[in-house]
Ligand binder design. Structure first.
Ligand code: BES
Ligand code: ZN
Ligand code: ZN
Length: 482
């Protein structure tokens, strides 16, 4: 899609004109001039509609004077980034059938408003059509914005949205189409495109390198595991951010098998790895001035004669031994190796992203991710970035008193606690592999997937965390944090 700016809509025509409207039914940024140009009838139309202008509300009316159709989109009480993203999302979805689309931006005071609207618009148009015999992809070819040129904001929105779309594509792909080898190839192609380095460890190398958790989880799988390490190293960068993503391409639970209904969505158990892939794409596209290492352990968690058994013990990359009592608590096992490897490079901050526990869904629901951190700085850094990115995260405590729930009589630690505080005990388990370096953990089991369209969120994989990770990288590159 081509996105351009024009000072006014003079002489402009197209298929769809999107006009922003505030909650008191006054015109949004830039809309007044355009509406005046088109004639009073638009004001009259707006008067007569059952349309309040709350965020994300839309109403379509037949067009005139150059535009086939006019769409009113609610912005709420004022211009803010969340409202612009949401309005952009519903506008994008409503615009899918139209080739040439225009909207007004005017002289918006808010920094980032164009970024937010375009980001929402692009992602509201997202569709996963690969397996449809009659796909109906977006027809939108051009989006014209009135107002001052904000080229940098458009470029940022496009880069981050492309990262999110990549993550959504990977998450929505059925497990059979994203075997670890395939995921690794996708990473390699991306690194080729964007000038990043990549190391891919196959099963033998996983064994040699001591990635005992990844190996253990992969035992039941016919499709071999991969450990993928990507490196973005721009010239002159001083700081290093490590991103670690849970990449269980299918979670059957293993021998501690899941009920059928709980397994239905488990192709999405690699959403953490997908978010890390998408964030790397965006970070490299934007050329941010910070080193980023991405570590994604990839495997299926399957049953079978060779599968990991409850009661088995393995040694993780950092030398700690783990007693596995429930093979369905597998994400923490592969992340143990990922975090251990990340810690070896002594990064300034490590962030892992994982669809880790059902317990975090119970605690925070399907729209909010659980956030844990080794210290206040790490938690505040991710919280601030997530707020800017429009993603909802909430802090949960790494409560030391619960560490004893993970004591094993046989090994250094066991992989499950009791029935209480499951998201916290999972995070406490991960902490054992962080070498006490600055670290944050996002449990995205809730928001990684959506049951329906909502603003710029589309049903299925959401790509949650991509935007937050990019925002953290920006803030660190600007030396604002860490
Ligand atoms: N992948 C699941 C967590 C999950 C559940 C993600 C629902 C998304 C939706 C994870 O591997 C898992 O099964 N965790 C267990 C841990 C338990 C056995 C300690 C859980 O949460 O039930
Ligand atoms: Zn599991
Ligand atoms: Zn899992």
């Amino acid at each position: 899609m081509q996105i351009t700016f024009t000072p006014s809509l003079d002489d402009l025509s197209g298929d769809l004109l999107i006009l922003p409207v505030f909650a008191d039914r006054t015109w949004g940024p830039g809309a007044e001039e355009v509406a005046a140009e088109l004639g009073d009838w638009l004001d009259d139309y707006l008067e007569g509609l059952d349309f309040s202008g709350k965020v994300g509300q839309t109403a379509a009316v037949p067009g005139a004077t150059g535009f086939g159709r006019v769409l009113f989109v609610g912005l709420g009480d004022e211009v803010d980034a969340d409202g612009m993203r949401k309005a952009g999302g519903v506008a994008g979805r409503a615009a899918l059938r139209y080739e040439s689309v225009a909207t007004t931006m005017g002289e918006i005071e808010l920094n980032g408003a164009v970024d937010a609207f375009v980001y929402g618009f692009l992602l509201g148009q997202y569709k996963f059509t690969k397996y449809l015999s009659e796909p109906k992809p977006s027809k939108t070819e051009t989006l014209v914005l009135t107002g001052p040129e904000a080229i940098d904001e458009v470029a940022r929105a496009e880069a981050v949205a492309a990262g999110v779309a990549m993550a959504r594509d990977l998450i929505n792909e059925p497990a059979g189409g994203k075997k670890p080898e395939v995921m690794a190839e996708i990473a390699a192609d991306m690194c080729d495109d964007l000038g990043m380095d990549i190391t891919i460890y196959d099963r033998d190398e996983i064994k040699e390198e001591g990635f005992g958790g990844l190996l253990a989880v992969s035992l039941g799988a016919t499709n071999p595991p991969r450990m993928v390490v990507m490196n973005y190293r721009p010239e002159g960068a001083e700081k290093t951010l490590a991103l670690i993503g849970k990449g269980i391409v299918f979670d059957s639970g293993g021998l501690s098998i899941k009920p059928a209904s709980a397994m239905e969505t488990m192709k999405t158990d690699m959403s953490g790895a997908a978010a890390v892939f998408g964030a790397m794409r965006a970070i490299a596209t934007l050329g941010l001035g910070i080193n980023v290492v991405a570590i994604t352990p990839l495997t299926e968690n399957m049953t079978g004669g060779a599968a990991l058994r409850p009661g088995d013990v393995f040694t993780a990359r950092n030398g700690k031994t783990v007693e596995v009592l429930n093979t369905d608590a597998e994400g923490r096992l592969v992340l143990a190796d990922g975090l251990s490897l990340a810690a070896e490079g002594k990064p300034d901050l490590m962030i892992d992203v994982a669809t880790l526990t059902g317990a975090v869904q119970v605690a925070l629901g399907m729209k909010v991710a659980g956030l844990f951190g080794s210290n206040d700085d790490a938690v505040e850094t991710v919280t601030a970035a997530a707020r800017r990115a429009g993603e909802k995260v909430w802090p949960l405590p790494l409560e030391k008193d619960y560490r004893s729930k993970l004591d094993s009589p046989l090994a250094d630690i066991k992989n499950i606690g009791d029935r209480y505080a499951g998201a916290i005990t999972a995070a406490l388990f991960l902490a054992e592999f962080t070498a006490e370096l600055p670290w944050a953990h996002l449990d995205i089991a809730g928001p990684a997937r959506a049951d329906g369209d909502d603003g710029y969120i589309t049903k299925g994989g959401t790509g949650f965390s991509v935007a937050t990770l990019v925002a953290v990288a920006e803030d660190m590159a600007n030396s604002a944090v860490m």
